[in-house]
Design a protein around this ligand. Structure first.
Ligand SMILES: [Zn+2]
Length: 338
């Protein structure tokens, strides 16, 4: 018997192969590192070091690393002032605007880097909208970018662009942004302030940047030096709020700058608790079958290796959860056929 001209045995084999391919799709481009000047204070090597780790034989079978294409102007203006976007693209930002962003000194590569980084987030969104499960961008989480200016290493806001794209292009009606970076997601909060369909939750350290905080739908502030127990209890609260909202999509800003070893973050979380934090988010995603996007966020340990280890843990947890998520979808689908 043949189906569509293909021998049925082969056809079934193809289906089985597809089903067993539950690797985590992650978007990455070498320009994530090379697009930042080597003299910049930002630890640009973290991207190459992380991709080296995730492509070692120990890890590589768990991931598909995909190359993004550049985001377009029309995608950026979903969440940003067209004049700000044009000034950036035409290299017309003022010195002051550039200083507020950081990542200096800038090279012309900052433009393709930014567009590819945004493209990585958009591609990951498209992927989970088509396939369900979890996907990620190996950069981004640019939550300090506002509607018409950038700040704190962030030029355009990938969380806001993906949220609004999920509403406009994919007709979702409930999206939760869960921002667990040590810094408040101030840009995300202001851009999405009047968008009822998007719930913004930020768990962050009160004494960290930005010093003038914006208003998320829920801000769960922690004092400096909070440790594992207090942080995990607060994350649990944040996840309860998210779950009650009943979202169709989670955007997870997974910054690891709350680590005790971080040079900027003032929280005191251990590597184990950081990993537990991530598992808690992914457990919610799997339990309720909510497609989830992972944005890397901050991480500035000195030496940087602690940050890389924590991001490695993050993507391993995401990969495990994605596998569980897709297996659950597969078994539900076969239950409904049988
Ligand atoms: Zn941060």
């Amino acid at each position: 018997m043949t189906i569509y001209g293909v021998d049925s045995k082969e056809y079934n084999q193809t289906i089985n192969d597809d089903k067993s391919d539950h690797r985590l799709s992650i978007w990455y481009h070498p320009i994530y590192t090379s697009g930042i000047h080597p003299d910049a204070r930002f630890p640009r090597d973290r991207y190459t070091k992380l991709v080296d780790k995730l492509t070692t034989p120990e890890y590589s079978r768990k991931f598909i690393i995909k190359q993004p294409t550049e985001a377009s102007r029309s995608e950026l203006i979903i969440a940003h002032d067209p004049s700000y976007v044009d000034n950036f693209l035409n290299q017309n930002l003022t010195e002051k605007e550039i200083r507020r962003i950081g990542l200096t000194p800038w090279t012309s590569q900052i433009i393709p880097r930014t567009l590819l980084l945004m493209g990585g987030a958009i591609a990951a969104l498209e992927h989970v909208m088509e396939n369900g499960g979890i996907a990620g961008n190996m950069a981004g989480g640019t939550h300090h970018a506002h509607y018409d200016f950038g700040s704190g290493y962030c030029i355009f806001n990938d969380l806001a662009v993906c949220s609004l794209m999920a509403l406009n292009k994919y007709q979702l009606t409930k999206i939760a942004v869960i921002d667990l970076d040590v810094h408040q997601g101030d840009g995300t909060a202001t851009i999405l302030q009047n968008v009822d369909e998007v719930l913004t939750i930020s768990v962050h350290c009160k004494q960290n940047f930005p010093f003038r905080k914006s208003e998320s739908d829920y801000d769960l502030e922690l004092p400096a030096d909070s440790g594992d127990e207090e942080i995990l209890a607060t994350v649990a609260k944040a996840l309860d709020i998210a779950e009650q909202f009943n979202p169709e999509l989670i955007l997870f800003q997974a910054g690891v700058d709350g680590l005790a070893t971080d040079a900027l973050g003032k929280l005191n979380i251990s590597r184990q608790a950081m990993s537990k934090r991530n598992e808690m988010v992914f457990d919610l995603a799997v339990e309720r079958l909510i497609p989830t996007l992972v944005f890397m966020g901050g991480g500035y340990s000195d030496p940087i290796d602690h940050t890389i280890d924590a991001f490695g843990d993050l993507f391993l947890s995401a990969s495990r959860a994605n596998n569980q998520f897709l297996s659950k979808i597969d078994s539900e689908a076969s239950d409904s056929i049988n």
